[in-house]
Ligand binder design. Structure first.
Ligand code: NDP
Length: 451
């Protein structure tokens, strides 16, 4: 009997839990995918016998390293850095770098695992990876952040390369940090190459990369609404976060005629019953990015809004919800509240923002629910286009890139329908995304044999 013959979903997950103790986020991400993949594999013996899911759920490698840096007061500080290279069956590893005190090996393993499926869904040749550090950029001077980024890259450079692994930004890592890391990479290697994406336009970056994740999540929402013959005009949206993804999602909703009611950060959320218009979004962008301010200061600027300390925005009645801050920020109870209040569509800008209970509630309610691996893939898609432009040593025009982003998001939507159409007008986007992403990676792995 083959070793896998007797393994079902529960047996598989027991093994995952045993091999990854104290890694709840990673186990959660694997479970969410495995629930759909086991059903899909039922009659596909080759995937079982070749242990494909087990192999995807075991990163190719996890590199962990010390990052020493000196703060402005002359103290020596020590952080931990990681790069998780999950799977490169269909292309070089690709995925962001996160700097946040909550970063652990478990968080990065879940992100790298998710990224593997997301990148496959884009249709571009990119494998899955993710990296980061428990470094907290909040309250640090620009020089401290520069010294940290340089120290981080002094180790990371050994493990990356334009055809090996191409990191990008994520929480706490924007254009400025990418600049510091690219500068250090170039200094160490003497090599000007497309080794990072999210670069500045003057030195190899791509137009619309900054906007792509938030815009893409809204294009995906548009695609979902279109299946019901609807669009965004006149609909209300509740958004969490106030960083890159949240502000650009808000911007695109406003452009398409929707009304954005909330934004948030780790301190709480603001509710603006008049709607967060483009000028208000511009204020938030400047306030959060350049002034490093807090969202609660919005109410001093726009007094008809209210601030709700320590709370998430899911209790505000809305037509559409876009969680765009971080993992597990929308729990089962929140999902119930959203559904009870008449929310009809959820498009995840963040990675795994909805916990497993919440996922099951959205699925049971049969609302339009897009998991991050499908709906937030626009960012990595344009990163993939940045890699192509770097290889060609040229820059494409904004209109070309906007169209490519739209086409890629529609393509992902079609893949979700292909594997997630449950009949009766209901599309299970979670199932569709999981199966479409898995199949592409799995078939490449089968071609390579047991490696
Ligand atoms: P930013 O650093 O620009 O913004 C993050 C936002 O989320 C901030 O408002 C931050 O608040 C809030 N936040 C972060 N951690 C927490 C927390 N533990 N609790 C509550 N709020 C929190 O990051 P991005 O916008 O780039 O990323 C947001 C999400 O989107 C992440 O899940 C990321 O992985 C995902 N994503 C990002 C992509 C990109 O292209 N940037 C691509 C695909 C996915 P505060 O200021 O208080 O920290």
């Amino acid at each position: 009997m083959a070793v896998t013959d007797h393994v079902d979903l529960n047996g598989f997950m027991e093994g995952v839990k045993k091999r990854n103790p104290h890694q709840p986020e990673f186990v959660q991400a694997v479970q969410e995918v495995a629930e759909d993949i086991f059903e899909f594999m039922q009659d596909k013996e080759e995937y079982h016998s070749q242990q494909i899911l087990r192999r995807i759920a075991e990163p190719d490698r996890v590199v962990s390293f010390r990052v020493c840096w000196e703060d402005d007061a002359g103290n020596i500080r020590v952080q931990r850095g990681w790069r998780v290279q999950n799977n490169n069956a269909i292309g070089p590893y690709k995925g962001g770098i996160r700097f946040h005190p909550s970063v652990t090996e478990s968080v990065l393993k879940f992100l790298a695992f998710e990224q593997t499926f997301k990148n496959a869904l884009t249709g571009l040749p990119m494998g899955g990876g993710k990296g980061g550090s428990n470094f907290n950029p909040k309250g640090k001077s620009v020089r401290e952040i520069m010294r940290f980024c340089q120290s981080f890259m002094t180790e990371l450079y050994r493990h990356i390369g334009a055809d090996i692994d191409v990191p990008a930004g994520d929480i706490g890592v924007g254009g400025r940090e990418i600049g510091f890391m690219f500068g250090q990479y170039k200094r160490i290697t003497n090599n000007f190459t497309g080794v990072l994406t999210g670069k500045g336009l003057e030195w190899g970056g791509s137009l619309i990369r900054t906007e792509a994740t938030g815009y893409g999540a809204v294009y995906f929402l548009e695609n979902m609404l279109a299946t019901k013959g609807e669009n965004l005009a006149g609909k209300t949206a509740v958004i969490s976060g106030s960083g890159n993804v949240a502000t650009h999602a808000a911007e695109k909703i406003v452009q398409l005629g929707g009304k954005v009611l909330t934004l948030s950060d780790s301190g709480g959320f603001i509710h603006d019953p008049d709607g967060i218009t483009q000028d208000k979004i511009d204020w938030v962008k400047t306030h959060k990015t350049h002034r490093r301010g807090r969202i609660e200061e919005y109410v001093a600027e726009f007094p008809r809004a209210s601030f709700h300390a320590g709370k998430t925005p899911w209790g505000v009645p809305c037509d559409m919800a876009l969680p765009c801050a971080t993992q597990n920020e929308l729990l089962g109870e929140d999902a119930k509240t959203l559904v009870a209040n008449g929310c009809r569509a959820v498009s995840e800008g963040a990675n795994m923002p909805t916990d497993l209970d919440g996922v099951h509630i959205f699925k049971a309610a049969k609302i339009l629910y897009a998991p991050g691996k499908a709906s937030n893939a626009g960012g990595v898609a344009v990163s993939g286009l940045e890699m192509s432009q770097n290889s060609e040593r040229r820059s494409w025009k904004e209109e070309e890139l906007q169209q490519m982003l739209k086409d890629i998001m529609s393509g992902i939507h079609n893949s979700c329908i292909r594997y997630g159409d449950q009949g009766g007008g209901y599309i299970d986007y979670v199932k569709g995304a999981n199966i479409a992403g898995f199949k592409k990676v799995a078939d490449a792995m089968l071609a390579f044999g047991v490696v």
